[in-house]
Design a protein around this ligand. Structure first.
Ligand code: ASP
Length: 421
């Protein structure tokens, strides 16, 4: 038994998770809905990831705030947010253009009735005000990530001020709190390593039950929509992201090799937030400094959704073809704005993009029922959209890290020449 465990532990994560996925896929196709029996294996995996994500964000952000100064954090934020907004807008445009070329709605008709309930939508203003929680514990219990980010940053700053206080007692308390946070973070990473050993079984459960649940007929009827979504994401991942990486002199192939585990985990969990622990590990492997990764990735997993943005672009064209509504250029411009904002407001959890879709459809005057048409096969497209969401987060962290390193080199050179003068 011990030998088997050691053999299993030594196998690479990628090999294990891919095997879980392929095995799940085969079972899903062979045994159909009876795969529900293995669904709890997947639920257990997602629960484990969700369990670790709040302490992980809290502790890594507290540490990251303490290991950088406010000026650095402001500068990193000033770089990452424009990147998020720009790439998201580009992703909506990509979705629109690819769908215009591939015409995914051809031959489909408007659903007369749909039992799909339009999800409740939150406005951007609500999302921003809810970032400041009225009850810290409730925000933590609800897994309200933006609120957790907010609390972690202010607690981090409070500890930092204590450590730099003139009073020795304050300094001691601040140092102690930072040490406790560092020890706690070590604990969460050890637990995470354990969770990742279970990941392949969880992935098997998720894949077998979700694939088994989707009737082949629905999938075939919407195959054009699925293919267009995949092509849109592949364009963003194989053209747009490599261009960005190249512009910052990041070699693309090694970058993909180092981050593939996070990309694969995103694919099978359909959750950027659930993938976050793996994303942080991948960032370390890709050589991104902790300072940048720990600050940007939790925020990215919450607000940066390039894949979801592609969904909105493709979805709008798909719906306009089905409903026979021709969208003008200015209407499409409105879609890009609404799509970008809706993507920022989309949570990093499975199926969240459907909510954003209703915001964009309302803006474009398209029938909401069409969202119901795609809801049945959502999991198949959610997989690839989430992959793109997570890849976008790591690409952002990497290029900000590159520019931070340049910045550090520049200052090091400046101070060296000042010393030698
Ligand atoms: N599932 C996606 C994510 O977690 C969000 C979406 O549904 O578009 O990143």
């Amino acid at each position: 038994m011990l030998k088997l465990w050691n053999w299993y532990r030594q196998k690479s994560f990628m090999v294990k998770i891919t095997s879980g996925f392929i095995f799940g896929l085969i079972c899903g196709l062979l045994f159909g809905p009876s795969n529900q029996v293995v669904a709890p294996l997947g639920t257990l995996f997602l629960n484990l990831l969700k369990m670790i994500v709040v302490p992980l964000i809290l502790l890594t952000l507290i540490i990251s705030v303490n290991h950088s100064n406010p000026k650095d954090l402001g500068r990193i934020g000033g770089k990452i947010f424009p990147y998020y907004i720009l790439t998201t807008a580009v992703a909506v445009v990509t979705g629109i253009c690819i769908a215009k070329l591939m015409v995914p709605g051809k031959g489909l008709s408007l659903p007369t009735s749909s039992n799909f309930e339009v999800p409740e939508k939150t406005s951007l203003v609500d999302s921003l005000t809810n970032m400041v929680p009225s009850n810290i514990f409730q925000a933590f219990a609800n897994g309200d990530i933006l609120a957790v980010v907010f609390v972690a940053v202010i607690v981090g700053f409070a500890i930092s001020f204590m450590r730099h206080s003139h009073e020795v007692k304050m300094q001691e308390m601040g140092d102690l709190l930072l040490k406790i946070s560092e020890a706690g973070s070590e604990v969460t990473f050890r637990i995470l390593n354990g969770i990742l050993q279970y990941a392949p079984i969880g992935v098997f459960g998720i894949t077998a039950s979700t694939i088994g649940n989707q009737g082949m007929d629905t999938l075939l009827a919407l195959s054009d929509f699925v293919i267009t979504s995949y092509v849109g994401v592949l364009f963003q991942m194989l053209v747009i992201f490599p261009i960005i990486l190249k512009a910052f002199k990041v070699p693309v192939i090694p970058f993909i090799k180092n981050t593939k585990e996070a990309i694969m985990t995103a694919f099978v969990t359909c959750s950027s937030l659930g993938t976050l622990p793996v994303t942080l590990k991948a960032a370390e492997k890709a050589g991104i400094s902790d300072r940048v990764a720990n600050f940007t990735l939790p925020i990215g997993a919450t607000v940066n959704m390039n894949g979801s943005a592609i969904r909105f672009g493709v979805g709008v064209i798909f719906a306009s073809e089905i409903a026979g509504i021709d969208l003008s250029l200015s209407a499409l411009f409105g879609v890009v704005i609404a799509g970008t904002l809706a993507a920022i407001g989309t949570a990093g959890v499975p199926g969240a993009g459907l909510i954003g879709m209703s915001i964009v459809f309302t803006q474009a005057g398209l029938p909401i029922e069409i969202i119901g048409l795609t809801a049945g096969i959502n999991v198949i497209v959610d997989m690839i959209f989430t992959c793109c969401n997570v890849t976008g987060d790591i690409v952002g962290a990497k290029i900000v890290d590159q520019s931070e390193k340049k910045h550090a080199d520049y200052y090091a050179e400046e101070s060296n020449s000042a010393i030698s003068q």
